[in-house]
Design a protein around this ligand. Structure first.
Ligand SMILES: [Cu+2]
Length: 356
């Protein structure tokens, strides 16, 4: 190797590293705050050729019941709320089974890839576990409690494939379109043993909210905006989800509209914290499954949908440049449910992302 070649190569390499170091320094302050809070999906795009793997676990907890926006007691439900599937004496005139609390845990595996700077494709696979405790009241009338029982369902959820398309971007502001397709890989036929008001244990198809899927193909379209300065970043996302039609059991999940806005502050290159506000509006279920007719509030398709406003606080950390950890806790500020539904207490999302 000639001396001249070594000198030239060394010079070229040192330029490369200096440029890289400068580039890193410029972006260092926004590293941790470079992504939206971990609960936001499809919030960022990637550079050409980049891959990202992510794993999130989302835990949602619900307890007690709401009618519209105020709480309703189990005794009131079983004496006053009519059972739409009443067919005495087999099926009582009022609801006799009341949900007490519910825990949903979702494990989400995500993959992102950017074939070029304007397009990022994203796929998301979900594993879901739902646990619900309920109280069964005796016979056809009154407020005598028979017993509590638990139901559970686990399995694959619906799968999402999305395309993020860059619409506008400079160093401070970026806008992209979200175009997604939700494939009904989850189940709508999960069943479990329940306790009937006649004190019988029987296996029935679980209500809609206990299923792991929605059974219909769905479209998801939206717009995402990200803005940043050296230490502060912010963004907004609007998403609309709509089923293409009724599923094989002749029901259809209601349309969902969601608007989120967030603000994050980078305390250092490796650590940021965020606040987020999310408004969600969804419609009730259309149609009904002929196998979901138990005298329980969750069997009534009218007891689905509504709107709520959630506030979220989050933290993001960057470990060794390519590894990212995020945690976000969301609680409702305001809600209005259609009919009678369980009350959302909190939603916690913990996630890990690695880009390569
Ligand atoms: Cu990504």
């Amino acid at each position: 190797m000639s001396k001249r070649f070594i000198v030239k190569t060394t010079f070229a390499l040192s330029c490369l590293f200096t440029n890289q170091a400068l580039a890193n320094a410029n972006h260092a302050v926004i590293e941790a705050a470079g992504h939206a809070p971990i609960g936001v999906m499809g919030d960022h795009m990637h550079k050409s050729g980049e891959f990202m793997l992510s794993y999130r676990v989302m835990a949602m907890h619900m307890s007690d019941n709401l009618q519209g926006s105020s709480s309703i007691s189990p005794d009131t439900i079983v004496t006053q709320v009519t059972n739409p599937f009443a067919n005495p004496p087999m099926s009582p005139p009022t609801v006799r089974v009341v949900p007490k609390n519910m825990q949903s845990t979702m494990h989400m595996l995500g993959l992102m890839y950017a074939p070029n700077n304007d397009v990022t494709i994203m796929a998301m696979l979900n594993l879901i576990r739902r646990d619900m405790s309920l109280t069964t009241y005796q016979g056809g009338m009154g407020t005598n409690v028979l017993s509590d029982f638990d139901t559970q369902s686990t399995g694959l959820g619906d799968t999402k494939i999305a395309l993020l398309y860059n619409l506008f971007g400079n160093t401070a502001h970026r806008v992209h379109a979200n175009v997604g397709w939700i494939i009904p890989t989850g189940s709508i036929e999960k069943s479990d043993e329940v306790l009937t008001p006649m004190s019988m244990r029987t296996t029935l198809r679980l209500p809609y909210s206990m299923q792991t899927g929605n059974g219909s193909h769905q479209a998801e379209i939206g717009l995402t905006y990200n803005g940043s300065t050296e230490q502060v970043s912010w963004g907004a996302q609007i998403l609309h989800q709509q089923a293409f039609g009724r599923n094989s059991e002749r029901w259809q999940i209601g349309n969902l509209n969601q608007l989120s806005g967030w603000l994050a502050y980078a305390w250092s290159a490796a650590f940021s914290s965020s606040v987020r506000l999310t408004y969600r509006h969804s419609d009730q279920i259309e149609g009904f499954d002929q196998k979901i007719t138990a005298p329980v509030t969750t069997a009534n398709p009218e007891n689905y949908g509504g709107h709520n406003l959630l506030v979220g606080v989050g933290i993001n950390g960057v470990l060794a440049e390519k590894h990212r950890l995020g945690l976000e806790l969301q609680i409702p500020l305001n809600y209005q449910v259609n009919g009678i539904q369980m009350d959302l207490d909190s939603m916690l999302t913990l996630g890990y992302q690695i880009a390569f």
